[in-house]
Design a protein around this ligand. Sequence first.
Ligand code: THU
Length: 139
Amino acid sequence: MNDIAPALVELLEAARMVRERAYCPYSHFAVGAAVRTASGMIFPGCNIENAAYPVTICAERTALYGAYAAGERDIIGLAVIADTPGPVSPCGSCRQVIFELAPRAIVVLANLHGMLRVTFAHELLPDGFDPASLPQVNR
Ligand code: THU
């Protein structure tokens, strides 16, 4: 972990800490995420489940929506961590959201044992559906 930039280590640490706040009484699978903005702010997020299972929200989206809700638009980093055998793999819905809200971010995927994968939105979702696909009038 020490061979990646200190800013990414800090982001990963924020994700690791917020993971402990995950509300996951149904899956017992806690996920932490943290977003870094160009302005230098960090927005943490964890998964928050619900007895009505489909309304559960993933850690990645909690973090990204928090940043956007705070008026931040320029997302330069995203770290995600979970207790997985290898680096955690974001779900399809989160890949779509990362693709739109954090297209230029460095994405660091990790597990609790120090395994890392560094990637980007376009690698996580090749040929993703983007706003440019919509008619101008709907953008
Ligand atoms: N989950 C995330 O928070 N992020 C992911 O990338 C994968 C899945 C959550 C959703 C749910 O609360 C639990 O993990 C099990 O799917």
